[in-house]
Write a protein that binds this ligand. Sequence first.
Ligand code: GRF
Length: 196
Amino acid sequence: MGIRIAVLASGGGTNLQAIIDHTENEQINGEVVLILSNNKEAYALKRGEQHNIPSFYVEATNRNEKILKLLKEYDIDFVVLAGYLKILSKEIIDAFRNKIINIHPSLLPKYSGKGYYGEKVHQAVISNNDKFSGATVHYVDEGIDTGKILMQKKVKVLDTDDYISLSKRILKVEHEILVNVIEKLSKGDHNFESIN
Ligand code: GRF
């Protein structure tokens, strides 16, 4: 049986794919039973269809009400924001308090908040000549990228890096720590330490 996971994604869905792969190999004790996107072109929706997972584009009108309704209809235990670029309503946060996690492509609290997502984060790291960056998994609360941090992993910035090469290495670390956190939570293990 395991936990019933919903994944919200706005883009290509490589984080989603990593979760699907690790539910199918049973490393994660659960299954992805619902995929939602604010972007009808999101490849994440195609990935869901390829794995026969109910996958829906949710249009902007009353989007959060529709999302909450679907999460309840599908009896969701746990919500993962995997490259999801919209803000969830307080109603959703309250209904799923400490049951929503997000993957962010920096060492939070650095490069967090409005405007810091995807490649914009890596561009800032490069332009600030940071020696390290990384990825963070955290609980989602009412803020943007402000919930309790569950796991982080550092990534060294190489002298030869531009934001594209850095983003590729960090994306791999995102997959690693996101799957690691979900696996732990799916097995009732709530003690997290950062892996550096
Ligand atoms: C990536 O920029 C990643 O850093 C962030 O969301 C974006 C999309 O990732 N978490 P994905 O391939 O759609 O999972």
